[in-house]
Structures are given as structure tokens and as C-alpha cells.
Design a protein around this ligand. Structure first.
Ligand code: ADP
Length: 463
């Protein structure tokens, strides 16, 4: 590689001119032989050229090296050896080598951090995008890409207007506000093709010390709040249902008290009748409150599996004895076929008692006068399936999936008349869940229904 001619010429002229001038002046003044003067005029530039040629060539090389670096910055740690060159140019050359090495290392660190951040953002379960000052997409994580690519025909998200991908006026307004200097904004949105899903989008400003035109200026983090909103709705419905269920007997009680104080005052017969009615309304409220308490207790423990050995055969027999008077009153016979249950099951004795009490009581209530209620157990490996079968009217197919919802009844008036709270099957379902058992409801209208629950036998008995 050679030194650049224009620099070589300029430097030679600059450095040689004083010497050449002195030679010319001395020759003209007669202090120097003209031939020697001429020789000096030729030799001084040649000598200067010979001296500056090498440093200039090295400077040229360094310049080209710097240009190469700025055109294609080093990727990773370079292995270029340190330059062993003395003098100021040698120092510059080694400084450039050091710069290249450090720059490469920093770029590698930066790229690694970026990659790590990318992996982290991609692993986020929530969609995240960043936008530049003109509300164009700068970055979208994997979840956001999944949600947005293909929406409104957009295939490539890079630098697309947010309005082209998400036609959500509330979100666009929030982004506009944030890009115009406002603080964080939160909006809720649903997509036309995912109406059952609700997202909460948080728009936040990204503040950089020296923002560039293409830099991210705002961030949108979307959170799927469907389950949260559904939970809130369920809670609100539940409170409304509980209030409604308790208000009806309470209103009756207030009415009876007023009657006892007013028109029935002094009428002992009427007083007796009203006191009986008041007792049945109070019992109803007590039943509702007890069922609610059971439900919340079971729900609280739903994540821990009960581990006791439960003699289920005896438990069901006791429940049947307990409900025998109720069955007799309705002319219902209870039939037990539990010979398969020779071994205990794993569970919680009180909860399993409550489960079978609710199922057998329902079978008696809805089985109809003169009918039979059968409780039978069948074994498959270490799983026992216990069915409570009645000969009642049965349940229409559309009601079956909803029977275990709290306060869901096929016929509310009939359920109330029979002393039902609408919580019995919800309790059964939760107890089954806690025992990791399955509840199957089968019903044929006009023939009857069967409620089957599966439970695991104790380990030693299945061997
Ligand atoms: P309830 O206190 O009203 O009986 P449950 O939660 O036990 O509440 O049952 C919910 C509804 O399911 C009942 O209101 C009834 O309509 C229906 N149901 C439950 N068991 C039976 C059954 N064995 N036969 C017919 N319908 C039933």
C-alpha cells in the first residue's frame, strides 16, 4: 500500500520549502555555489519525501482501517494482535487496535443482552409492543406477533402504523395522549374475532435521554383479563343470588312479625300457624347459610387432596339410615348394592358423608312417591364408581351441564317447596374435585337419573 500522492506532495512542499528557500537565498546572495544551491533545491525535497513517505503510508493505512471499522463494525472480540510499533503513529495504530477490540467486546455484550431481553420478552405470556414517535411498530414480542400478524391483512409488523393493525379507537387515543407527553394510560379492549376475550392494555411512555427518530417512544403491554372479569362477574352474580335467596324468607319473616303484632294479636290459633311458618322460613335460612359455609370451607381446601382411609360402605349405610325417615315419608325405598366396596377409599369422611347425603336426599326428593333409590358400587382397578340412581322424572339434557352451578335449579319453586337450597350439587361437585374424583350425571326423561362419582381405593387394597 502506498501513501496518498496529494498528502505526500503537500507534506513535502510544506517541510522542504524552508530549506529550499534558504538554499535559493544563499545562492542568489552569492554565499553558496549556484551548483550546490541547485543540488540542495533538488535533494532537500527528495530527502523530505523519503523521510515522510513511511509515516504517511502508515497514516493512510490507519485511516483505511478506521473507515473499514465504521463501515462494518467488529462483531465480537477481535483476535488482531497488538501493534508493536514505536513513535506517535505506532501509538495511534495500537489505540485503533484497542478501540476495535473494546468496541467488538461491547457490541457482543450489547447483542447478548439484546438477545437475552428478546428471549425474556418472547417468553412473556402477555402481548408487548413498542412504538416510535409516529405510533409505528418498532418491536412486538412473540405473543403480540401471534395476536397481530395477519390481522387486517398485515403480514409484516415492522414500522407499520398501529392503526393499521389494531383498529381500537380507545387504544389509539391513549397512545396519542402518551406520545404527546401524558403519563400512563390504561384501556380495555376486545377484538372483533375474539369477543369472548377481554384485554387490558397499558400504554406507557419510554423516556430516552437523547431520543432518535426511530427509537421506541411508547410501550403497550396487554393483559388477558378475561378470567378476572369473568370471576368478578361470577362473584357479583353470587352475591346477588345469595341476597335474593335470603331476602325471600326474611321478607316473609318481617311480614309474619307484623301480622303477629297486628291482626293476629290475641288469636292464639293464628299465632301458632304463623310461628310454624316462621320456623320453617328460619330453618330455610339456616340451611342456606350452612350450605354456603360448607361450600366455602370445601373451596378453601380444594387444592389439598384428602388422605384419610374412609370406610365408604359404612358411611353410605349410615347416610341411608339417617335419610330413612325422609324416604318413608315420601314412600321411597332405598336399596344398597355396595358389596364391591370391601376396601376403604381415600378421602375425607365428613365430606364424603355430605356428598352422599346430598345425592341420596336429591334422589328421594326428586324420585317421586313410591319409587326406588338405588346406590350401587362398581370397581375398575383401584377406582370405585358409586352411583345414586332414582326413578324420577329425569332432567332435560340442556340443564345437565349447569346443575352443579350455585343456585341453579330446573324448577326453582319445586326445589324450594322440597326444602332445597340450590347448593347441594355445587357442594357435591367441589367435594368430588377435592378428591380428584369425577361426577357424571346421566338422565333420561320419564325414567330417572343417575349421579356417579369415582373415588380411588386405598393403595394396599388395589394390589
Ligand atoms: P336443590 O337444593 O334445589 O335440590 P341441588 O344443587 O341439589 O339443589 O340440585 C340442583 C337442581 O338439580 C335441583 O333444583 C333439581 O332441579 C335438579 N336435580 C338434582 N338432583 C336431581 C334428581 N335426582 N332428579 C331430578 N332433578 C334433580
Amino acid at each position: 500500500m502506498t501513501a496518498r500522492p496529494k498528502y505526500l506532495f503537500a507534506t513535502t512542499v510544506l517541510l522542504a520549502s524552508p530549506g529550499v528557500l534558504v538554499a535559493i537565498v544563499l545562492s542568489v546572495a552569492g554565499h553558496l555555489d549556484p551548483w550546490i544551491g541547485l543540488l540542495a533545491v533538488v535533494c532537500i525535497p527528495l530527502g523530505v519525501m523519503a523521510i515522510v513517505y513511511r509515516p504517511l503510508r502508515r497514516l493512510g493505512e490507519i485511516e483505511r482501517e478506521i473507515e473499514r471499522l465504521s463501515a462494518s463494525p467488529p462483531e465480537g472480540q477481535t483476535t488482531r494482535p497488538t501493534i508493536d510499533e514505536s513513535g506517535p503513529i505506532g501509538d495511534i495504530a495500537s489505540a485503533v487496535t484497542r478501540l476495535e477490540r473494546n468496541w467488538g467486546r461491547d457490541r457482543k455484550q450489547l447483542r447478548d443482552s439484546l438477545q437475552a431481553a428478546q428471549v425474556l420478552f418472547d417468553a412473556l405470556p402477555d402481548p408487548l409492543v413498542t412504538l416510535d414517535g409516529q405510533a409505528r411498530l418498532v418491536y412486538a414480542n412473540a405473543t403480540a406477533r401471534e395476536l397481530l400478524v395477519g390481522r387486517n391483512g398485515v403480514r409484516d409488523l415492522a414500522r407499520r402504523d398501529l392503526s393499521a393493525v389494531m383498529r381500537q379507537p380507545a387504544l389509539l387515543k391513549a397512545v396519542d395522549d402518551v406520545l404527546n407527553g401524558n403519563t400512563m394510560r390504561t384501556v380495555e379492549l376486545t377484538f372483533a374475532d375474539r369477543i369472548d376475550q377481554t384485554f387490558e392494555a397499558r400504554v406507557e411512555p419510554i423516556v430516552a435521554k437523547t431520543p432518535g427518530d426511530d427509537d421506541a417512544r411508547a410501550l403497550i403491554l396487554m393483559r388477558d383479563v378475561t378470567a378476572l372479569r369473568r370471576g368478578e362477574q361470577m362473584r357479583a352474580d353470587f352475591v346477588a343470588n345469595v341476597s335474593h335467596e335470603l331476602r325471600t324468607p326474611l321478607t316473609s319473616l318481617v311480614g309474619f312479625i307484623e301480622t303477629l303484632r297486628g291482626p293476629a294479636r290475641g288469636d292464639t290459633k293464628a299465632q301458632d300457624r304463623f310461628l310454624n311458618l316462621m320456623e320453617s322460613q328460619s330453618t330455610r335460612m339456616t340451611r342456606i347459610v350452612n350450605d354456603l359455609l360448607s361450600l366455602s370451607r370445601i373451596e378453601m381446601n380444594e387444592h389439598t387432596i384428602p388422605r384419610d382411609e374412609v370406610p365408604l360402605k359404612q358411611i353410605i349405610a349410615t347416610v341411608a339410615d339417617l335419610l330413612a325417615p325422609q324416604a318413608r315419608k315420601r314412600d321411597v325405598t332405598i336399596e344398597l348394592d355396595l358389596d364391591a366396596l370391601t376396601d376403604p377409599v381415600i378421602g375425607h369422611p365428613d365430606e364424603l358423608t355430605q356428598l352422599f347425603q346430598n345425592l341420596i336426599e336429591n334422589a328421594i326428593k326428586y324420585g317421586g312417591s313410591g319409587s326406588k333409590v338405588r346406590v350401587e358400587a362398581r370397581l375398575t382397578g383401584d377406582i370405585a364408581a358409586i352411583s345414586v340412581i332414582d326413578q324420577g322424572e329425569g332432567i332435560a339434557r340442556e340443564h345437565i351441564p349447569r346443575l352443579t352451578e350455585r343456585f341453579y335449579r330446573v324448577d326453582t319453586a319445586r326445589s324450594r317447596e322440597l326444602g332445597g337450597t340450590g347448593l347441594g350439587l355445587a357442594i357435591v361437585k367441589h367435594i368430588a374435585n377435592r378428591h380428584r374424583g369425577e361426577l357424571t350425571i346421566r338422565s333420561e326423561q320419564g325414567k330417572g337419573s343417575s349421579f356417579t362419582i369415582t373415588l380411588r381405593l386405598t393403595p394396599q387394597s388395589s394390589q
